[in-house]
Design a binder for this molecule. Structure first.
Ligand code: SAH
Length: 347
């Protein structure tokens, strides 16, 4: 619940509004594990709430730590038994958490592991927040950046995403700056425009991955619905409404979208916009059969973009030794428990 909804709920129970603020701060700032920890609220109120509301924290099923860069990957079990994964990355400028927005995904991108089993359900705002909160509690270190780039398509869970963003960036909660939050989409054009109209200061990242409609369709079924022209117009509109530079994510797939011609076409798309290109050497997923380009090909692709005055970075690969790419850990977990384990998730 946002603070205003919590206030409505508690005043309906006969409580003063400041009690709602206290409870909200316990949940979202002090990251309390349950009502019993909220020591400045009366025992009576805590009991009343425990009867009326559920207070959940996800259960940590597995933590993997990269021996290469300290990246940690968490597998969480939700109250209904479904599992999602989140990644904690340590950078010089602070700690970043990548969260999931859905259990599974229905977008069907061909190189992505998250979509292999389809969509189970969308996550609640609380289930998105809890990934960040649990990780901050476990690591004992402040989370300064949040990226919604884990399992799921955030703009396919729009209302819950907005509530999540409101609470995450609220000054009575973790107070993470909107500018430190990135939402990544495969390109659902009407939702991108709707998000632009919210006029938030978050970064919108577009998973482009192909520079022509034909090429993009080969990798991403969503490209059958929205054309690159429509996408570019939506990006320009996002910048117009928010003043925020767009990020293009471009996963380089060996022999599929990494040619010189691709780089030239990408530059032509990027130049008219205020944007930044993030190249991601594709993380090979066993079930998918795509291969990553060589280091030399990545460098050549980047240099060609730079020659065309495009702002470009190559994503530092983190946690490759721990199945760092979207959906890999959850899939492997589902694979291992399928064979008759009682703890198997409900899918
Ligand atoms: N549904 C959202 C966010 C989740 S994926 C979206 O599509 O943007 C986050 C990013 O990782 C996307 O750009 C996605 O295309 C990319 N990605 C997924 N699987 C990948 C893989 N195996 N290798 C490299 N990038 C991958």
């Amino acid at each position: 619940m946002t603070l205003s909804r919590l206030t409505e709920n508690l005043t309906a129970l006969g409580e003063k509004p400041f009690r709602a603020k206290q409870m909200y701060q316990w949940m979202h700032e002090k990251l309390a594990g349950g009502f019993e920890e909220m020591t400045n609220l009366s025992g009576q109120l805590r009991e009343k709430c425990a009867l009326k509301y559920t207070y959940t924290m996800p259960e940590v099923v597995q933590v993997q730590e990269s021996q290469i860069d300290g990246t940690k990957k968490f597998l969480f079990r939700l109250a209904d038994g479904n599992v999602v994964e989140s990644v904690w990355m340590k950078y010089k400028h602070g700690n970043s958490v990548c969260i999931s927005s859905q259990v599974g995904c229905r977008m069907g991108c061909r190189f992505c592991a998250s979509t292999l089993g389809g969509l189970e359900r969308s996550l609640l705002p609380s289930e998105m927040l809890e990934q960040v909160y649990s990780i901050q509690r476990i690591t004992g270190e402040r989370v300064s950046n949040v990226v919604v780039m884990g399992i799921g398509e955030p703009l396919d869970n729009y209302e819950n995403l907005l509530t999540f963003l409101e609470i995450l960036t609220d000054e009575n909660g973790l107070n993470i700056s909107q500018r430190s939050v990135t939402v990544s989409t495969c390109g659902i054009v009407p939702r991108m425009r709707q998000l632009a109209d919210e006029k938030l200061q978050i970064t919108l990242a577009l998973s482009l991955h192909g520079t022509t409609d034909e090429k993009r369709r080969r990798l991403m079924p969503i490209a059958n619905k929205y054309s690159i022209d429509e996408l570019m117009e939506a990006c320009a509109y996002y910048f117009k409404q928010t003043g925020r530079r767009i990020t293009f994510e471009y996963s380089l797939v060996g022999g599929v979208n990494d040619s010189e011609e691709d780089a030239e076409q990408l530059a032509a798309l990027a130049r008219p916009l205020v944007c930044h290109v993030n190249l991601i050497p594709v993380n090979p997923v066993r079930e998918r059969g795509y291969t990553d380009p060589t280091g030399m090909q990545v460098r050549a692709f980047r240099e060609r973009l730079e020659k065309n005055k495009v702002n470009v970075t190559v994503r530092r690969e983190m946690g490759r030794d721990i199945d760092g790419a979207c959906g890999q850990l959850r899939n492997r977990y589902a694979g291992t428990v399928k064979a008759g384990d009682d703890n198997a998730p409900d899918r």
